[in-house]
Write a protein that binds this ligand. Structure first.
Ligand code: AHM
Ligand code: MG
Length: 364
């Protein structure tokens, strides 16, 4: 090669650059719905939903990247949401982004989020679709004002029943009913991770192209990782079993702690490197802090499709059936071996608390 000849771009790198999120989703959707062609309505719908989610992610990422330079972006609104938490301006902006992106789309019949007490129903003058979108617009919002990572979490369910006659059933069902789930992580790069039930796939936003480009396909959470992740500031509010687990971590070599304050960030680390994240019940909140439908269930869906697992501590998280929209659940999620270790402490303590006869019965 002479100095004047351009260096050849490796074919694989070019192919990867051409594997955009929308192309990938179309192929995945065909598999998920056994669709004979790219033109099948389900494949088209899911692909269009993912494209809209990607647009929401880009809009939120753009605002976050300039937040410190613009007036009225950071800080609290002064209001409290349905969860009793102080609302940040970015929470409202991001919630509105999802609504604007989907309102006219004809893809969803309703949206439900952490920031809205009741679902948002598509107005009568707009086309109505057959899917429900559940989302947490800004997960980890305490990180927003200090320029640390935050995320958006989403879950898609097929509409079942009718809202008008009260027969709607798709919201209060277990997590196995999700047809897709994922998150967008706003960190040094903006990352889009999703599953349509056949593997978990990661895309990175290339700002120069404005496209999410494939970074990893069919990701696998390692069976074990050294990192455990939980808010030890709540130590004295936990059940003794969790305190025993934490003492065990302190006393054994090979473990280290990380806790980012944003579930999406902590889960992303686990997806890449293994380990476990725990948000248990506390004395004040026996079901913990995290919400099932738009926080724990979507991430549990991803964990299970990446060879990891998720539980409430006593049952698989995806089996948990909510009784209300903003239902909370304890969460233990990550590498199979590390989740099992946490569960073993919870179960051991349960056994020890039972009367001797009950322990003998159940251990037979
Ligand atoms: P948010 O969606 O209102 O931000 O709340 C969820 C966040 C999670 O991202 C994070 O893991 C957890 O709350 C942190 O809570 P705590 O400060 O109690 O440890
Ligand atoms: Mg959240």
């Amino acid at each position: 090669m002479t100095a004047s000849e351009p260096a050849a771009v490796p074919e694989a790198a070019l192919d990867r650059d051409c594997t955009t999120l929308s192309r990938h989703v179309l192929q995945q959707a065909m598999k998920a719905f056994n669709a004979p062609s790219l033109l099948s309505p389900e494949a088209q719908d899911i692909s269009a939903i993912m494209n809209r989610l990607a647009l929401a992610g880009k809009l939120i990422a753009r605002r976050l990247s300039r937040a410190g330079l613009m007036a009225g972006v950071l800080g609290f609104t002064g209001d409290t949401n349905v969860q009793g938490e102080s609302v940040k301006k970015m929470d409202i902006y991001a919630n509105d982004v999802f609504i604007s992106v989907f309102k006219q789309s004809g893809l969803v019949c309703r949206l439900a989020s952490e920031e809205m007490e009741k679902p948002y129903y598509i107005p009568e003058n707009c086309p109505i679709g057959r899917y429900t979108l559940l989302y947490d617009p800004i997960d980890g919002s305490s990180n927003v004002d200090i320029n640390l990572n935050v995320g958006s979490i989403f879950s898609i369910r097929q509409q079942e029943g009718n809202d008008l006659d009260g027969s709607a059933r798709d919201l209060l069902q277990n997590g196995r009913k999700q047809i897709a789930a994922g998150y967008i992580l706003y960190g040094p790069s903006t990352v889009f991770v999703y599953s349509l039930g056949d593997g978990v796939h990661m895309f990175i936003l290339d700002p120069s192209l404005g496209e999410f480009i494939l970074a990893a396909e069919s990701m696998q959470i390692p069976a074990h990782g050294p990192v455990y992740s939980l808010n030890e500031g709540n130590f004295w509010q936990w059940d003794e079993s969790l305190r025993d687990y934490t003492r065990y971590m302190h006393r054994h070599e090979g473990y280290t702690a990380r806790y980012s304050g944003a579930l999406v960030g902590d889960f992303h680390r686990i997806l890449l490197q293994g380990g476990v994240f725990i948000y248990p019940g506390t004395a004040k909140n026996p079901d913990g802090k995290l919400r099932l439908l738009y926080e724990t269930a979507p991430l549990a869906y991803l964990a299970e499709h990446a060879n990891g697992c998720a539980s409430t501590g006593t049952q698989p998280l995806l089996d948990f059936v909510p009784t209300e929209l903003h239902q909370r659940t304890p969460l233990v999620i990550g590498s199979v071996e590390d989740v099992k270790l946490v569960e073993s402490f919870i179960q051991d303590r349960g056994q020890r608390q039972k009367p001797a006869s009950a322990v003998t019965q159940s251990s037979k």
